[in-house]
Ligand binder design. Structure first.
Ligand code: FAD
Length: 260
């Protein structure tokens, strides 16, 4: 079974994240750049399928040159190889354009399954898997908390819902998006980190993929960030002196906050 895992390089959501003042895109120079949180679960799920059914796992990333460090981190978990689409014209692309680029890159690969995170931790549109499904004419199985394959023709997921789950199945090739309830990602071993340095990473530009630069990037984005403001600084919070009635005062406060 050939599996492609979509891995996005994103600013660490545990640190301060900023948008650039000049073009209001994410400031990727400010902080620590990491593998998109849910993409680690996507990688883990692909590796488990490979261990169970054989085949190959390929990481696919659209991102600037510095995304190479994130690709190496992804490879250190165990995938066999990677494809990196990097081109200055991609900067500021919206989800529509990113899906066109990823679809073109997938056109150069053999795959039975594409596995992605249900949403990225920066753009969070959660729309890319659906757009890919439309562009590639393949089924999408979204929001998986469990994934099984029967041979290499049938894929079944348990889609996580607010009330429990739904069982969805489709024939491959298909795209699956996962939540963080699907597995526990492995930590890269020292051996894995060393091996990742030698694993093949194929780099494509837009022209390699036959995608024209005026189809992507900030100028062709269908949506535009007009303005943004930082989160207001956290207030000091309410101090409740406890003169033996702390409990009831706390309940009163929680009631005013509609927490209870
Ligand atoms: C703050 C912010 C707001 C944005 N708002 C919008 C908006 O409203 N509309 C819009 O069209 N675009 C928007 N974008 C741009 C959009 O985030 C990018 O185009 C992005 O590459 C694709 O969208 P996403 O991350 O939201 O995808 P999602 O659908 O949330 O991502 C789901 C999964 O797709 C895969 N994936 C996503 N991007 C890549 C990539 N570059 N390489 C490899 N795999 C990938 C990952 O597995 C990811 O977990 C925004 C970006 C930011 C930072």
């Amino acid at each position: 079974m050939n599996i492609v895992v979509l891995v996005k390089q994103v600013p660490d959501s545990g640190l301060e994240r900023n948008l650039r003042q000049d073009d209001k895109t994410v400031d990727r120079d400010a902080g620590n750049l990491v593998i998109g949180e849910l993409d680690e679960y996507a990688i883990e799920e692909a590796l488990k399928l490979k261990e169970a059914h054989g085949g190959e796992v390929t990481v696919l990333t659209v991102g600037p040159e510095k995304a190479t460090e994130t690709i190496r981190k992804a490879l250190s978990m165990g995938p066999d190889k990677a494809v990196h689409v990097s081109d200055p014209a991609i900067h500021g692309s919206d989800t529509v354009a990113t899906s066109a680029i990823i679809a073109a890159a997938l056109g150069k690969l053999e795959y039975d399954l594409v596995i992605a995170g249900a949403e990225s931790t920066d753009g969070q549109t959660g729309a890319l898997p659906a757009m890919l499904s439309e562009r590639l004419g393949i089924a999408q199985l979204t929001g998986a908390r469990k994934l099984t394959v029967d041979g290499d023709k049938l894929t079944t997921i348990e889609r996580q819902t607010d009330d429990g789950y739904e069982v969805i199945e489709a024939t491959t090739p298909a795209i699956v998006s996962v939540w963080d309830t699907i597995n526990e990602p492995r930590y890269p071993s020292f051996k894995g980190i060393m091996q990742a340095k030698k694993k093949p990473v194929e780099t494509y530009s837009l022209s390699d993929l036959g995608v024209s630069a005026d189809q992507v990037g900030l100028d062709s984005a269908w949506s535009e960030v007009l303005e943004f403001s930082g989160r207001p600084p956290k207030g000091a919070g309410v101090k409740v002196p406890d003169e033996g009635d702390g409990g009831s005062k706390l309940v009163e406060f929680l009631a005013t906050q509609k927490i209870v």
